[in-house]
Design a protein around this ligand. Structure first.
Ligand code: UTP
Length: 278
């Protein structure tokens, strides 16, 4: 069983400055909902009710968002505006939220290591909320899909997407051997963090969805900082991959990279069209 979903949300969000000077990147809205709420909804739809969030300085708005707001609620109660709070109140009813602060932003791997007291000794899901994923074909979100793959293989699982070769320097890139005939699962043999296209083993990029087994914490503790002085989750996953313990899965659906302006605008347009606004 996967009971907990981790949301590393301590990054600076420099690509969205000045908007992210006082507002956490994860709280930027696509229409009326913050990015992080889409992630929490994806975890809930996969049957996960425990949300563990890594925050940092200046991120208090995240905790306030996932909490009751008595003053606002009593102001709106019995008025025609009451329905605006229905959705978030439903989420609060179904979920628990725990938080830990990353004191120094030493990278995604370090953020995940910081979450160990919240996760403990069990496999867990990870969502990077700035990768917003939708699946029009059926209802299952990417984390639901990863859990299915996890149940088969019982090891760490990473969601991947084929990207244009000139984009490899933005992603962790994998190489692997096909596991099944559907061509959607690979046993990972190599992983490289943000390689130049000439050094990239493939064009298969890791996106912000993972299932990790808890031995990742010990591995992260022993992982030295690499690119940019950061502890990379890719390096820790490579240690597991060398033992044949990482499966990469080509997820079904569309990912919007909302960590950058272009993807953010595309996601906004997608949801605006869904609601017949444009
Ligand atoms: P990004 O690489 O997108 O970094 O982190 P960022 O700081 O959020 O954004 P830019 O590049 O400065 O614009 C990927 C994910 O890892 C988290 C981020 O919050 C994001 O969800 N992260 C990154 C941490 O939690 N801690 C870190 O030290 C670094």
């Amino acid at each position: 069983m996967i009971n907990k979903c981790l949301f590393p949300a301590a990054g600076y969000g420099t690509r969205f400055l000045p908007a992210t000077k006082a507002v956490p990147k994860e709280m930027l809205p696509i229409l009326t909902k913050p990015l992080l709420q889409y992630g929490v909804e994806e975890a809930l739809s996969a049957g996960i009710n425990n949300m563990a969030i890594v925050t940092g300085r200046g991120k208090r708005a995240i905790e306030d968002h996932f909490d009751n707001s008595f003053e606002l609620e009593s102001q709106l109660q019995g008025t025609p505006k009451e329905h605006y709070l229905t959705e978030i109140k439903e989420i609060l009813k179904k979920s628990t939220f725990t938080y830990v602060r990353q004191q120094e932003m030493l990278g995604l791997g370090h953020a995940i290591l910081t979450s160990e007291p919240l996760i403990g000794d069990e496999p867990f899901a990870v969502i990077l909320a700035d990768d917003l994923c939708v699946n029009d074909d059926d209802e299952s979100g990417v984390i639901s899909q990863l859990i299915e793959v996890y149940n088969q293989h019982k090891c760490s699982i990473v969601a991947i997407e084929e990207i244009p070769m000139d984009q490899t320097s933005k992603y962790g890139i994998i190489a692997g051997n096909l596991v099944n005939e559907m061509e959607d699962t690979f046993r990972v043999t190599n992983m490289v963090e943000k390689p130049e296209s000439k050094d990239a083993p493939t064009n298969m990029a890791i996106i912000g969805r993972y299932i990790l087994t808890p031995d990742i914490f010990d591995i992260l503790r022993n992982t030295k900082p690499s690119k940019g002085g950061e502890i990379q989750i890719t390096d820790a996953l490579l240690t597991q991959a060398k033992k044949g313990k990482v499966i990469a899965y080509k997820f079904k659906g569309t990912r919007y990279d909302c960590g950058g302006i272009k993807g953010f605008v595309e996601a906004t347009n997608y949801f605006a069209k869904q609601q017949d606004l444009i």
